[in-house]
Design a protein around this ligand. Structure first.
Ligand SMILES: *Cc1c(COP(=O)(O)O)cnc(C)c1O
Length: 329
C-alpha cells in the first residue's frame, strides 16, 4: 500500500464508517452478496460524503486565514447543508449560492431548512450566470471585511478529493480486518470527487476490485474525462505518480437520462426496498438512483451470484422530505 502524506485536515466526522451486510436484500435477489459502506453515518449534521471532503477543504480555508466560506448547489444540495454545518462548527460565516429561483421553493424543508437553521446566508441565482452571482457575493462579503473562501460544486477539487483517497484506504483496511473480498464497489457519481478519490485510493492500495460509478446526471464520456483528470491532479497534489488511472474509471450512465433530481420509479423502488428490507434510508437524488441502477443490473444478470458487491452509501436523506408528495403513495 502506498500511503501518501495527507495534508492537514480538521476533525469533523466519525470514522471508520461501518461496513454492513445487506442480508435480506442479498437473499431476495439470491446473490450477488451485497454490502454497504455507511458514509451516510459520517456524523456531521445528517452525514454524507461531503463531510469527508470538508475536513480537508475547511483545513485549507483556516490555514489560509479565511473566515467565511461560499459554495454552490441546488436547492436541496447535501453539499451546501454539510458546508453550512461545518462552517458553523468552526465559527466561520457561510454563504450558499443556490441554483434557481427562491419563488420556486416556497416550502423551506429538507436540506434548505437545515441550511437556514445552521445560519447560512442564502442567495439564489434567479436565472443569472452562477459565476456572476458568486462574484457579487464575494464582493458583498469583502466590503463587510470578511475573507471568503470559495468551495467548488460538490467540493470536488484536489483538496476535497483527497478525502476519498483516504476513505478508500479506510475501506481497504476494513476489508482486510473483516476478511472481506469485495469484487465491485458501486457509488453514485456527479461532480466526480468521490469517484476520483476512490479510483486513486484503489490504485495506491493495490485494491484488485472495480470502482463502478453510476452517473447521476452526466454522460459517461463527460464524467469519465472529469474523473480521470481529477484523479490525476489529486495524485500530483499528494505527490504520487500513478500510472493507468484511466483504466480504473468506469461509469454507467444508463440511469441519468431523466435528469438531475428527477424522481422516477427506479429511485422510488430502491428507496422503498432498502427501507423495508434493511431499515436503511437512501436519498431521492443520488443513492436512490445508484441503488436503483444496481438493482436493475442485478436483475439483468450483470453480476454472478458469488460476487461480492459493496454499495457506498453517500448520504443525502434530508432531501427525502422535500420529495414527500412524490414519495407518498
Ligand atoms: C454529492 C453527492 C454525491 C456525488 O458525489 P460527487 O463527489 O459529487 O460525485 C453522491 N451522493 C450524495 C448523497 C451526494 O450528496
Amino acid at each position: 500500500m502506498t500511503i501518501p502524506n495527507f495534508p492537514e485536515r480538521v476533525s469533523l466526522i466519525h470514522t471508520p464508517t461501518p461496513i454492513e451486510p445487506l442480508t435480506r436484500l442479498t437473499k431476495m435477489f439470491k446473490g450477488p452478496e451485497l454490502f454497504i459502506k455507511r458514509d451516510d453515518l459520517t456524523g456531521l449534521a445528517g452525514g454524507g460524503n461531503k463531510s469527508r471532503k470538508l475536513e480537508y477543504l475547511m483545513a485549507e480555508a483556516l490555514a489560509k486565514g479565511h473566515n467565511h466560506v461560499i459554495t454552490i448547489g441546488g436547492a436541496q444540495s447535501n453539499h451546501c447543508r454539510q458546508t453550512a454545518a461545518a462552517a458553523a462548527r468552526l465559527g466561520l460565516g457561510c454563504s450558499l449560492v443556490l441554483k434557481g429561483s427562491e419563488a420556486d421553493h416556497p416550502q423551506q424543508n429538507g436540506n434548505l431548512l437545515l441550511d437556514q437553521l445552521a445560519g447560512a446566508h442564502l442567495y439564489w441565482t434567479e436565472g443569472r450566470p452562477l459565476s456572476e452571482v458568486i462574484d457579487d457575493v464575494v464582493k458583498e462579503h469583502e466590503v463587510l471585511g470578511h475573507r471568503p473562501y470559495i468551495i467548488p460544486l460538490g467540493g470536488s477539487n484536489v483538496v476535497g478529493t483527497t478525502a476519498y483517497v483516504a476513505a478508500m484506504q479506510e475501506a481497504v483496511t476494513q476489508f482486510e480486518a473483516q476478511q472481506l473480498n469485495i469484487d465491485v464497489i458501486v457509488v453514485a457519481s456527479s461532480s466526480g470527487g468521490t469517484q476520483a478519490g476512490l479510483v486513486l485510493g484503489a490504485h495506491l492500495t493495490g485494491y484488485r476490485g472495480k470502482i463502478f460509478a453510476i452517473s447521476i446526471d452526466r454522460t459517461a464520456d463527460d464524467l469519465k474525462m472529469q474523473v480521470g483528470a481529477l484523479a490525476t491532479a489529486t495524485a500530483a497534489h499528494l505527490g504520487v505518480q500513478p500510472s493507468n488511472l484511466m483504466e480504473r474509471v468506469e461509469v454507467n450512465d444508463d440511469y441519468s437520462e431523466p435528469g438531475y433530481a428527477v424522481l422516477t420509479d427506479v429511485e422510488q423502488e430502491a428507496i422503498e426496498l432498502l427501507a423495508q428490507k434493511e431499515g436503511i434510508f437512501l436519498d431521492p437524488v443520488y443513492t436512490g438512483r445508484a441503488m436503483g441502477g444496481l438493482i436493475d443490473l442485478i436483475r439483468w444478470g450483470a453480476f454472478t451470484r458469488a460476487q461480492r458487491i459493496l454499495f457506498w452509501h453517500t448520504g443525502g436523506q434530508p432531501a427525502l422530505f422535500a420529495y414527500a408528495n412524490q414519495l407518498q403513495k
